[in-house]
Write a protein that binds this ligand. Structure first.
Ligand code: SF4
Length: 463
């Protein structure tokens, strides 16, 4: 099904309560973002510009910064791996586990592991994997997937969650949020203690010091490392920043942009395994830097999207996302960022997702809120053009051929004549309008009465 149809259908079929929660959640976060940023900074746009420049600079010198980060991590005692694609990442995690005879993993939220379907892969290979972010845990027991990159279960309500907990033997039905949280905490506590491996992503990586920075609001990422012997961090190569000093700027922006918090509640800086005189912490730290087509994106004319710090602000302001929710985007990354990133990361599956860039009104709201100043509407247009150039049928379907329109607009005499004759359209029954795309448009809407030419007549008389 085409994205536009899917979005229309999802918006229409969405449970009204889920729609309201989706809409209100996104709206509230946007408002909080605005209030926090503007209360704390005189010129937030300057900050966004600076953050964008730092990220772009890092991307343009990625080879240098990756080598520097590798050396820094090794100095800290961590083992660094590079994985070219999703199969390689999954296989690397499995081989680290097998080498250490590890059977179970506690995992903190990571979009990259969603991208590689890590959970399913490890389970198929006989490992027990437990999601520890509360939202992701609920998705795991429901066999569902995230609909937002920061608040993954925005599409669920507490009654549904209470039923899932009851079904999984986590207590009798009770939809009190505090009870649900307490039950999850009790269940997960034992998992943290028993697991062999803690698996995380990484929000930022400082090339200078070899530090992974993890931001969460639940503190679950730090528990993933507290009792386990092995910590594996799976990190996209675009997550690098040059120095520790840069981290201050990004930490200030990610919380404010995503959820309207001045700072996320838990911010963890991990440099490597525990030292000899430290009583707690993992004995091994493995950093896996993942490409998975990011270098292809870097080589494209849409490379700016790799600046993304996954704050979710563009989803919260997007009128399409607010109406339809994240599942309508049929990809790991929903909303405006997904409409750009997903088709690019799809590689030779690009034609299948080539219509995603059309899931936008091009209103520019995403561009205005992006903390790293990504020109998302421009990138959407570039991708629409790419789809056209590459003849991606899924993107072309239903798109009117604008060649006739272009000729009409570029010939002033023809244009004036068409405008003065345009009112004759009002006498043609709409079902006889010959153009197929106009027909499909009319299926859902009424054609407005044509009133062209009036302004010109009025303007001429004024002269
Ligand atoms: S594109 Fe910008 S606004 Fe959207 S998630 Fe990424 S950093 Fe945030």
């Amino acid at each position: 099904m085409k994205t536009q149809q899917q979005i229309d259908r999802t918006a229409r079929d969405l449970d009204p309560e889920v729609h309201d929660s989706n809409f209100m959640g996104a709206k509230l976060k946007s408002e909080r973002r605005y209030a926090t940023l503007h209360r704390d900074y005189d010129d937030p746009d300057k900050l966004r510009e600076t953050a964008g420049l730092i990220k772009q600079h890092t991307l343009e010198h990625l080879d240098t910064y990756l080598a520097q980060a590798e050396a820094s991590f090794q100095r800290n005692g961590a083992t660094v791996h590079f994985a070219v694609d999703d199969d390689a990442v999954n296989a690397k995690v499995l081989s680290i586990m097998n080498e250490n005879n590890a059977k179970s993993v506690v995992k903190s939220k990571s979009m990259l592991t969603e991208e590689t379907h890590m959970l399913k892969y490890l389970e198929e290979n006989g490992k027990e994997v437990v999601e520890t972010d509360l939202g992701e845990f609920i998705l795991q027991i429901d066999n569902d997937h995230p609909s937002h990159i920061v608040t993954p279960i925005v599409h669920k309500n507490r009654r549904g969650i209470a039923k899932s907990f009851e079904r999984e033997g986590l207590g009798d039905y009770n939809d009190d949020p505090e009870t649900i949280t307490r039950r999850a905490r009790k269940h997960l506590r034992q998992k943290y203690i028993d697991a062999d491996v803690g698996l995380t992503g990484g929000n930022f990586v400082s090339a200078e010091s070899g530090r992974v920075v993890l931001v969460t609001n639940e503190g679950n990422a730090r528990f993933c490392m507290a009792a386990n012997k092995i910590h594996i961090a799976v990190i996209g190569i675009e997550k690098l920043v040059p120095t520790d000093r840069d981290l201050g700027l990004f930490l200030n922006l990610i919380g404010r942009s995503g959820t309207g918090q001045q700072l996320t509640v838990y911010n963890q800086f991990i440099a490597g395994p525990k030292s000899k005189d430290q009583p707690h912490g993992p004995e091994q730290t493995h950093i896996i830097f993942v490409d998975n087509r990011r270098t292809e994106v870097l080589a494209s004319d849409c490379r700016e999207i790799l600046r993304c710090i996954r704050c979710g602000a563009c989803l919260n302001v997007c009128p399409i996302y607010r109406q339809s929710g994240g599942h309508a985007y049929r990809s790991v990354y929903p909303g405006p960022v997904g409409a750009v990133l997903s088709p690019l990361l799809a590689g030779n599956r690009f034609p299948e997702l080539a219509d995603l860039p059309k899931a936008s009104s091009l209103c520019g709201a995403c561009n205005e809120v992006c903390p790293v100043n990504i020109p998302i509407p421009d990138l959407l247009l570039r991708l629409r053009d790419k789809a056209k150039r590459e003849g991606a049928k899924v993107a072309m379907k239903g798109t009117p051929n604008l060649a006739m329109w272009a000729t009409l607009c570029s010939q002033p005499t023809m244009w004036k004549t068409a405008l003065s004759m345009g009112h004759t359209m009002n006498y043609i029954p709409t079902e006889l309008v010959p153009h197929p795309s106009a027909k499909s448009w009319q299926g859902a809407r009424k054609l407005p009465k044509f009133q062209g030419g009036e302004f010109r007549k009025w303007f001429k008389n004024r002269k």
